[in-house]
Write a protein that binds this ligand. Structure first.
Ligand code: CTP
Length: 401
């Protein structure tokens, strides 16, 4: 499986802040995506996390001191690193480091490194809320942005120091996502992509509903991949545990009817529509206002058919729009998927055999086959959902061009 940072040379800068522990996990995520990562840390960072931890996890020497007497070539070699790097991430970035980078100060290894860099730098400030909101810190952050650096907004909440407000380092997964986005070629720039994800819920009474085990992971992966490649993305999602992805307009819905409304609102403007959602085909004819009490030994529910959103879109599609659906099947994949491809007037359908632990609903990986109207089919090997998403987009872009 190739990672999204395969063959990339990255620098992880770590400052002395309580959030330095999160940079250990960030380093792991970066290396899992195939990157070669070299850590440059401040002396204070070493008070929070031992350099040996980063050294063991990166498999590379860690740089703290440009004038290390045991390593006479350190300063030259480290400047080479700075020039070879594809990108740098500073997480956490303290107020001090932000000030140094904004003003061109180079008085330790990390700040010197940063001035020698010619690649994109993602700065992830993390500090006490009052420090973060201080006009001088905000001025320095604005300066960094105008200098062309990316600054990731810190999260808000209760901080380790007890204050409540912005200043928390975003989760390592979120930092990784922004880094990948920055490094991904923008072949979808100018395209508007509409994605649906997750299950829908059809309420029987206030405490019960009909649904399915869709986790939303596949649809969120498609939306993220499209955003990374420069598209303007709208994601309409049923209930999931996943948080709103960065850079994407996310619309949360519950029922199939609500999903239909949101999708129809955004369909006209979209160039590419990818319907990953597992929509409930039926909903209760009536939803009880209060919890239904148990009574007779047997009960039956009257269900009514929901609108088939994808089929409706297939009827409205313009020639320059690309419409893709998913087919979740437990058998006869080809036959069932191709039937839906034709009946719903799609340009592609992603056939997905569900029910295996490594593919389908809640898994992090998926095994799918792509089917096209010219009877071509492309079975993909098992891969993580982000890779499946990119393959889908690759094929769409080939066909659009
Ligand atoms: N779909 C939809 N609206 C529905 C049902 C399905 O838009 N009411 C879309 C799904 O988002 C998916 C495709 O249609 O992209 C196929 O969904 P699937 O559940 O596999 O098939 P169905 O058409 O519902 O047929 P069946 O349940 O009989 O297999």
């Amino acid at each position: 499986m190739t990672g999204r940072l395969q063959d990339k040379q990255l620098i992880l800068g770590v400052c002395g802040g309580i959030a330095a522990y999160k940079s250990v996990q960030l380093l792991r995520l970066m290396t899992q995506q195939g990157a070669r990562v070299r850590v440059v840390m401040t002396r204070h960072a070493g008070e929070f996390v031992a350099p040996l931890t980063f050294e063991a996890l990166s498999g590379e020497p860690v740089c703290i001191d440009l004038f290390d007497r045991t390593d006479r070539d350190a300063s030259i070699r480290h400047i080479d690193w700075a020039q070879e790097a594809d990108a740098a991430v500073i997480a956490p970035a303290t107020a001090n480091l932000v000030a140094k980078l904004a003003n061109g100060t180079a008085d330790d290894a990390l700040s010197t490194f940063l001035l020698a860099m010619i690649c994109p730098v993602l700065v992830c400030p993390s500090m006490n809320t009052h420090m973060y909101q201080h006009p001088s810190v905000q001025r320095n952050l604005d300066r960094l942005k105008s200098d062309g650096h990316m600054v990731l907004e810190p999260g808000a909440g209760q901080l380790a120091c007890g204050t409540v407000g912005p200043g928390r380092l975003p989760e390592p997964e979120q930092i990784l996502d922004r880094l990948i986005s920055r490094l991904t070629p923008k072949d979808l720039a100018g395209k508007r992509v509409l994605v649906t994800a997750g299950p829908t819920r059809e309420f029987i009474d206030p405490v019960r509903f009909i649904s399915n085990p869709s986790s939303g992971k596949m649809g969120f992966a498609v939306a993220a991949a499209a955003e990374h490649r420069g598209a303007e993305v709208t994601l309409v999602t049923g209930p999931t545990r996943l948080s709103d992805p960065a850079g994407i307009q996310t619309i949360r819905v519950v029922s199939a009817r609500e999903m239909a409304g949101a999708v129809f609102d955004h369909f006209e403007a979209a160039d590419i529509i990818i319907k990953t959602a597992a929509v409930s085909d039926y909903s209760p004819r009536e939803t009880a206002d209060h919890k239904i009490k148990k009574g007779a030994e047997e009960m039956s529910l009257a269900l009514q058919k929901n609108i088939d959103i994808l089929r409706t879109l297939g009827g409205r599609k313009r020639p320059n729009q690309f419409l893709a659906g998913f087919a979740a099947e437990t058998r006869d994949l080809r036959e069932n998927a191709c039937k839906k491809l034709v009946e719903k007037n799609l340009d592609m359908i992603v056939g997905n055999l569900v029910g295996n632990p490594d593919s389908g609903f809640s898994a992090d990986t998926n095994r799918v086959t792509l089917f096209f109207p010219n009877r071509e089919k492309e079975p993909l090997e098992i891969m993580d959902k982000a890779s499946v998403a990119h393959r889908i987009l690759d094929r769409i872009m080939e066909r659009l061009s």
